[in-house]
Design a binder for this molecule. Structure first.
Ligand code: GLN
Length: 542
């Protein structure tokens, strides 16, 4: 039992995945935070992968990197953006990580000769991790989102952990079910049966939800609230409508209107503190009146899954761009461009002329790279604002080396190991990881300091000299080419002094051409847009 009276709120999903449990979790956290409580959030992923770093973004969405360098699920990003806090690896666990820990303990004889069993030992490890976050002195509430959907074999062990916690500390644990209510077009009516079935499934895991958030295209009506109330044993005022909204940042306000946070506090017997959602609300009101648009082309490769476009691969980039656009009083309009279309001539490079700004986000491997380099060249030559993020910085360096510094066919050793001009090269300490096929969690990850060079555009954007930004890469700007590229006009605007690494490059005589080795998108939020995104959009609007 934690010494403190921390409250634990589990959020789980029913009917289908992709309901926005992460946004629901963040939004509830936001409301509790706005009443002066300190909130932490955790995400549990049911995968065997030990972290999200080894999952393809088109399968699982973006890999979000925490400041302490753990490769986590994109929902950690949602929590950080909504709550304006920085989380760590402790706020994330996967099935694989939990099992790995238990097996390691077994190998170390930590179970004292006992037979180690799936239940209770695995859920106990899950509980240990949750309580560790709850035990932090500054934490009043821990929101725990269980990935996947109830009824899957994969997440049963986590439901088991939640059930066991409720048994041991009934006053401190609460369950919220996020469920889906379809409105089949042929019937034209909102159906509650799938939700009823999902709640029954949850019940069979020994869990009764305290609240049900109903996800649908429309708000739920009273008739259906009553139905869910009766069939799912939840008071009808605890059935909370969570219909689609134009802007995800409105979700907390929608829950607030329905009194969700008050109901949660009442159930926990906590005295209501005052609430401050003023800035948030003001911001959202100001967004509603924006009419002017800015057209942004995102050039990359992790966009499609079958015949669908999956923008989740770059969710932090999109959110950071929205924050920056709203700050600049414009609405962002994104177009996903698969760089291979330029290579295969399915799309002419001049198609980029219609965009106000071009972004190349992070990436790995050879596919689409030549197309991306074509796009960067187009942005440079046609003075279209360009923002390069990680791979977007490396490929901008290559483009500059090839076409301005005339180092023919310059490349990164990630793609061409024997290149004559390896302007991007593997970091020395990364070589052994690749030699030993040690890929999981071994990149240069998390926060690293960067010193900005006075007078550069990057330094002016930050209005600071020393920054901390998050990284995820194995390759780096090759210092052997530094002076050659600088002589040709490339400006190096930020370096890591300790490791002697180039972290930001930029071009003068261009409305905006900045590319960073780190991922600034991980540090933006609604009320505090990231300086590089903010200045990029400002230039794009001009
Ligand atoms: N593939 C590059 C590297 O490993 C860039 C990584 C990224 O864009 N996150 O260095």
């Amino acid at each position: 039992m934690p010494k403190k009276n921390t409250k634990f709120i589990f959020v789980m999903g029913g009917v289908l995945s992709g309901l926005g449990k992460g946004i629901a979790t963040s939004s509830i956290g936001k409301l509790l935070q706005s009443r002066g409580f300190s909130v932490s959030c955790m995400k549990i992923d049911p995968y065997i992968n030990v972290d999200a770093g080894t999952m393809n973004p088109t399968e699982h969405g973006e890999v979000f990197v925490t400041k302490d360098g753990i490769e986590t699920d994109q929902d950690i990003g949602n929590y950080e953006r909504f709550l304006g806090i920085e989380l760590t690896g402790e706020n994330y666990m996967t099935q694989g990580l939990v099992w790995k820990t238990v097996i390691e303990k077994e190998r170390n004889l930590e179970f004292g000769g006992k037979c180690v069993e799936v239940v209770p030992h695995i859920p106990e490890e899950v509980i240990r991790r949750i309580k560790k976050v709850g035990n932090k002195k500054e934490v009043d509430f821990v929101m725990i989102e269980i990935g996947g959907t109830v009824g899957e074999y994969q997440n049963f062990i986590f439901l088991e952990a939640a059930r066991m916690m409720k048994l041991k500390m009934p006053e401190q644990v609460m369950f919220i079910m996020v469920s889906y209510l379809p409105i089949p077009s042929k019937i034209g009516e909102m159906k509650t049966k799938p939700t009823q079935t999902a709640v029954r499934t949850l019940n069979s895991a020994g869990i009764q939800p305290d609240f049900i958030l109903t996800r649908s295209t429309k708000p739920i009506d009273n008739k259906r609230k009553e139905k869910i109330s009766i069939f799912c044993s939840v008071l009808s005022e605890d059935v909370i409508s969570s219909e689609d909204v134009a802007n995800i940042y409105e979700v907390p306000l929608n829950y607030q209107t329905q009194g969700l946070d008050k109901r949660i506090l009442k159930k926990f017997n906590i005295n209501m503190a005052g609430q401050d959602m003023k800035d948030w609300k003001k911001k959202l009101d100001s967004i509603k009146s924006i009419r002017k648009r800015v057209k942004i082309a995102m050039v990359g490769k992790y966009f499609s899954t079958g015949s669908f476009t999956l923008s989740d691969s770059y969710i932090s980039v999109i959110e950071a761009m929205k924050h920056a656009a709203w700050y600049n009083k414009v609405k962002p309009e994104f177009t996903w461009i698969d760089a291979e279309d330029f290579e295969k001539k399915k799309l002419d490079i001049s198609a980029l002329a219609e965009y106000d700004g071009i972004v190349v986000p992070g990436g790995f491997g050879a596919r689409g790279v030549e197309g991306i380099i074509m796009a960067i060249r187009y942005a440079r030559e046609n003075k279209i604002p360009y923002l390069g993020l990680c791979y977007g910085m490396q490929l901008a360096t290559i483009e500059f080396a090839r076409n301005v510094a005339k180092l023919a066919k310059a490349h990164t050793t990630e793609i061409d190991k024997k290149n004559k001009y390896p302007v991007i090269d593997i970091m020395e300490e990364q070589k052994k990881n690749l030699d030993m096929d040690d890929y999981g969690g071994t990149m240069r990850l998390g926060n690293y300091p960067c010193s900005l060079i006075s007078g550069t555009k990057a330094q002016k954007a930050y209005a600071e000299n020393n920054i901390l930004e998050r990284h995820r890469h194995r390759y780096e700007f090759n210092n052997k080419y530094k002076s050659k590229l600088e002589k040709a006009g490339l400006v190096i605007s930020g370096i890591n002094k300790k490791q002697n690494l180039v972290e930001i490059i930029e071009l003068p005589n261009h409305p905006f051409f900045i590319a960073s080795q780190f991922h600034p998108e991980f540090k933006s939020n609604l009320l505090a847009p990231h300086p590089l995104f903010r200045e990029f959009v400002k230039a794009a609007v001009k």
